[in-house]
Design a protein around this ligand. Structure first.
Ligand SMILES: [Zn+2]
Length: 436
């Protein structure tokens, strides 16, 4: 790993971290250098600003990771080394990129940053259509959701996208690039940006054919999307570094948590229904009738009965967060600009580490290194994300006592997070009875 930092002029102990790996299986023109050149372009631009006398208010740290391909080695070692002393206290956010190619913007990360990302994506043009990245994405999502067989998630996203007053929803983070240690292990708010879907990197990914020649002919001729990436993540980095008020907004996150919990409840219901139907079929000996009598497969293994789980602690925690989020979002929009510089700075500092409240030091069942209770890669899905992973995977794998415990642990974390949002709101609008 190598890093360069530009110390903040006013708030040097608030760090904006920006990284991309530089190791590759072979030549790595696409993976990782297409993202790495964008990162270096940003660093170059910030260097020029610094030489011209414009130091950022907060510290920018540019991180070029080694050993990503064998298992996120460089970033993981660095995060573990600096976790307790530095990162938990100082990190505001980590912004990651990796391989990209022509195509649509893909945005993943901590939901509280949806407004920040949407505003940046409104300000950068898609190199080939000439409309903003955000406008193209909103259009593409709506078209995708209109096609036969579109998923519920795609339809919900299109509905949000159709309303220009709403932020672009971020996809939850799983794993597969260097953000994993920041978000999953420490609970540092993280973002990951890429472009894709219209290049031809799929067949050459991780092979000796991932070359400059192939990349500049087929994946991103003229490196136009690398330029767009630098403009997008550079804006996000700079706005985080310069912001007077915290950019976080919480209502979108609270609503998504309710959606995630709804999915888990529906999964539990489905399992209960399946087990009950199977019990009837077994009792009436119907599998024997459905079998080929000359080649019988026999009865299936009976599904275990699904207990009634008490999701109320999570329902209550999410409901409280919805209320706190709405109050904070409204207060910061209405009154934030009128606050004194000292209160603005206090507010920013208060919310920067708040995502860490969503972690549990004991970690997820069976994998204690993964501590975030909202986002994790699935135990069996590789890179794919599982939201509310402690509860969701316990239900999927029918570990019912783990499910009960994880409901409580996750609910406690969301309650603590809501308390943080409420403290921040009281800093803007003190309660009527004076408990500011
Ligand atoms: Zn990569």
């Amino acid at each position: 790993m190598s890093s360069r930092s530009c110390g903040g002029a006013e708030r040097p102990d608030e760090w904006i971290l920006r990284g991309n790996h530089r190791d590759a299986w072979v030549f790595g023109a696409s993976d990782p250098l297409s993202g790495h050149v964008a990162m270096l372009a940003e660093a170059k631009a910030f260097g020029a600003l610094a030489r011209a006398g414009h130091r950022p208010r907060r510290t920018l740290m540019y991180l070029s990771w080694d050993a990503e391909e064998p298992g996120l080695g460089g970033s993981t070692e660095w995060v573990e080394t600096h976790a307790a002393e530095q990162l938990k206290r100082k990190a505001v956010a980590y912004i990651n990129t990796d391989n990209i190619e022509r195509g649509l913007l893909n945005i993943e990360g901590s939901h509280a940053f949806e407004r920040l990302v949407t505003q940046a994506a409104d300000d950068v043009l898609d190199p080939e259509t000439g409309v903003s990245l955000a406008a193209r994405l909103r259009g593409a999502w709506r078209v995708a959701a209109s096609r036969p067989g579109a998923s519920d998630t795609a339809r919900a996203r299109a509905k949000t996208a159709a309303d220009r007053s709403q932020n672009l929803p971020l996809s939850p983070l799983g794993s597969g690039s260097d953000y994993a240690s920041f978000i999953c292990h420490l609970g540092i708010s993280s973002l990951h940006f890429s472009f894709g879907g219209e290049g031809h990197s799929a067949g050459v990914y991780h092979s000796a054919y991932d070359t400059w020649e192939h990349y500049t002919r087929f994946d991103d001729p003229g490196l136009a999307y690398a330029g767009a990436l630098a403009k997008l993540s550079g804006r996000v980095v700079l706005r985080l570094a310069q912001a007077e008020l915290p950019p976080q907004r919480y209502s979108g996150f609270a609503n998504l948590l309710a959606t995630y919990l709804g999915e888990i409840k529906a999964l539990t219901e489905r399992k209960r229904e399946e087990a009950s139907v199977q019990r009837t079929l077994l009792k009436e000996d119907l599998y024997r009738l459905a079998d080929d009598p000359r080649r019988p497969r026999g009865d299936p293994t009976p599904l275990s009965p699904v207990p009634w789980l008490n999701f109320a602690p999570l329902d209550n925690a999410i409901e409280r967060l919805k209320v706190s989020a709405l109050a904070f979002d409204a207060a910061v929009s209405a009154k934030g600009l009128d606050l004194s510089p000292a209160t603005k700075a206090e507010l920013f500092a208060m919310l920067a580490p708040l995502e860490q409240a969503l972690t549990d030091d004991r970690g997820l069942p069976g994998r204690p290194w993964y501590r975030h209770l909202i986002y994790a890669p699935g135990r069996f899905t590789g890179y794919g994300s599982k939201t509310l992973p402690g509860v969701r995977e316990a239900v999927e794998e029918e570990r019912w006592s783990d499910a009960e415990r994880q409901v409580l642990t996750t609910a406690e974390a969301i309650q603590a997070y809501a308390s943080g949002v409420e403290r921040a709101r009281r800093l803007i609008v003190p309660d009527a009875f004076g408990d500011a």
